[in-house]
Design a protein around this ligand. Structure first.
Ligand SMILES: CC(C)(COP(=O)(O)OP(=O)(O)OC[C@H]1O[C@@H](n2cnc3c(N)ncnc32)[C@H](O)[C@@H]1OP(=O)(O)O)[C@@H](O)C(=O)NCCC(=O)NCCS
Length: 136
């Protein structure tokens, strides 16, 4: 189940952007040990698990009239902040099934592809380690 948020530009009575969030988890796949090593890189041995809770960005779109002005980045920064410093929910990663065309945008925002196995698909599974965003 997802919750969708709208960013309204009240003066112009327009929706500037929307995004949705849903609970997710990343589960250990024994066929992709390299992936797991990448995810575990910043996690001490005593805290490593076979799955990690995550929050998934289900949809994210910026109105064409407002694209390229940092709004997408602003939204991702707010999600990162809400789930790291403010601790809205105990989770370690943000995940997204990124449209191939949007992969560079997510990379610019610190996300990495989880696996190479989806490199020829329409969407790529990407993650962001919230540990990288904690400023306290
Ligand atoms: C992808 C999207 C959300 C980006 O939103 P935005 O507000 O335009 O992005 P920003 O202005 O924050 O851009 C941040 C950086 O990413 C880059 N970027 C944004 N979209 C990009 C794209 N499609 N390809 C390559 N780079 C991109 C920007 O050039 C900018 O780089 P800079 O920091 O060097 O200036 C928006 O273009 C969109 O809604 N696209 C259509 C829907 C979509 O693809 N959503 C993602 C589905 S998972």
């Amino acid at each position: 189940m997802a919750v969708t948020y709208l960013l309204e530009y009240m003066e112009q009575n327009k929706t500037a952007a929307y995004f949705s969030l849903l609970a997710d988890k990343i589960i250990f796949n024994p066929d992709e040990k390299g992936v797991w090593n990448k995810l575990n890189r910043n996690i001490p041995n005593s805290k490593r698990r076979r799955s990690y809770p995550a929050v998934k960005v289900g949809r994210l779109a910026v109105n064409e009239n407002y694209s390229g002005q940092g709004l997408g980045t602003f939204i991702l920064d707010n999600i990162k902040y809400a789930f790291s410093n403010v601790k809205r929910l105990g989770c370690r990663f943000i995940t997204v099934d990124a449209l191939k065309t949007a992969v560079p945008f997510y990379e610019r925002n610190g996300f990495q592809c989880i696996t190479e196995s989806d490199k020829d698909e329409e969407t790529r599974l990407m993650f962001f380690d919230l540990k990288n965003f904690i400023t306290e």
